[in-house]
Design a protein around this ligand. Structure first.
Ligand SMILES: Cc1ncc(COP(=O)(O)O)c(C=O)c1O
Length: 391
């Protein structure tokens, strides 16, 4: 934890008029003065080493075809070894613009159309659309809530596997319910997948956000040797518009198929995306440690505030900076719930239905913003809920 970096997270930081989807679409979404707690990026400047490295490269002025991917692969390998204790070799890595692109191309490269791909809703919306676009059949094994915690339904999974499935798309940590799957849970999952020859394709874009508990990469789980792991520094270091991600695959045959597919559809990744990623992984550890302190405090402000409404039920977030909130006690659904948040409260959430039909009646709130914004958001939500009680 570095006090200077902490102060930067806590200082006012405007993103309006920066072509920010989150901030500059507020009027379009129904309230120009609303606090946007939706799409998953952060209201913080990235790490200083990234900013200065990109500035220096920009100042050079020539942006012709570039080398450098060996260094990028090494930086990513080193980050995962030192930060997560996860070992793979630079040769296991393929680069791709976005994690969602990587999921799509992995499905297209590895499975014939019509294959059964298991997903566990509520889950990040593109898990559904990627299956659809790739011509796959998404088979849903919904998460279950037991003892106040969202869990994977292993019995349901086994029934699906018995009927046949080619792969399971895992979201780890899980967006939107904020779980960091324990090593034991992942071992159970891997054993089940192995028994039925189902490959795990794990989207681990949120894996650096360890607010509570230790994240286990799928490639560190015994029995998941053939798993594919998709990661990116863009979520961790707030670089989403730079479009850079990695697919890590130890299975040589699968990697070759995916590599062939990627070279059919793209020539190279973007210089700034991969440079920013390398700078982040080589200079950003202290920035991230401090960010985690700030995010934990932000989570607590939001969680307490949501609980205080007496009617909304937050999940306790272990990983990600996204809180899944059960609003069903308000008795509002669909557009009425969205209007309640956006127009009445003045806070823009992600609507639960983005995460599948079971998300109806829920919203997702992003707490990667300064604490002052979170306190204001809590005040607005509480006032709106109280007024709703009177009606
Ligand atoms: C689980 C998950 N995967 C992927 C993405 C998007 O990744 P990319 O922009 O690299 O496609 C997000 C963004 O919110 C996400 O939450």
């Amino acid at each position: 934890m570095n006090a200077e970096i902490y102060a930067r997270f806590d200082a006012p930081f405007s993103r309006t008029d920066t072509e920010s989807v989150k901030w500059d679409m507020r009027a379009e979404l129904g309230n120009a003065d609303a606090l946007p707690l939706w799409i998953a990026d952060m209201d913080f400047p990235t790490a200083e080493g990234v900013i200065s490295g990109l500035s220096a490269r920009t100042a050079h002025g020539a942006f012709g075809y570039s080398l450098g991917q060996d260094r990028d692969r090494q930086a990513l390998t080193d980050w995962y070894a030192s930060r997560h204790g996860c070992s793979f070799t630079p040769d296991d890595i393929l680069f791709c613009p976005g994690v969602v692109d990587g999921l799509y191309h992995a499905l297209c490269a590895l499975y014939p159309k019509g294959s059964r791909i298991v997903i566990q809703p509520p889950v990040y919306g593109p898990f559904f659309s990627v299956c659809e676009k790739a011509g796959m059949q998404a088979v849903e094994n919904p998460l279950v809530r037991k003892g106040g915690k969202w869990q994977m339904d292993f019995e349901g999974l086994e029934e699906i596997f018995k009927a046949g499935a080619q792969a399971l798309m895992l979201c780890s940590p899980h967006n939107p319910v904020g779980r960091i799957w324990t090593k034991a849970e992942l071992e159970t999952l891997a054993a089940l997948c192995r028994r039925y020859s189902v490959r795990i394709i794990a989207d681990e874009i949120h894996c650096d956000f360890e607010l509570e508990g230790k994240h286990t990469n799928i490639l560190s789980v015994p029995g998941a040797q053939d798993a594919i792991m998709l990661v990116s520094a863009t979520k961790t270091f707030n670089l989403a518009a730079l479009r850079h991600s990695a697919v890590v695959c130890r299975d040589e045959q699968a990697r070759k198929k995916l590599s062939d597919r990627l070279s059919e559809v793209m020539a190279d990744v973007n210089l700034f995306g991969r440079l920013a990623t390398r700078l982040a992984y080589t200079t950003g550890a202290e920035w991230l440690d401090t960010l985690l302190v700030y995010l934990r405090e932000g989570r607590d402000i939001l969680e307490r505030g949501i609980l205080d409404t007496g009617r909304l039920l937050p999940t306790h977030v272990e990983g990600t900076y996204l809180m899944w909130v059960d609003c069903r006690a308000l008795g509002l659904a669909g557009d009425a719930l969205r209007d309640f948040f956006v127009k009445t409260a003045g806070v823009i959430p992600n609507e639960g239905k983005f995460f599948g039909p079971a998300g109806e009646g829920f919203v997702r709130l992003n707490f990667a913003t300064c604490h002052e914004n979170l306190r204001e958001a809590v005040k607005r939500i509480k006032t709106a809920v109280n007024e709703l009680k009177i009606i």
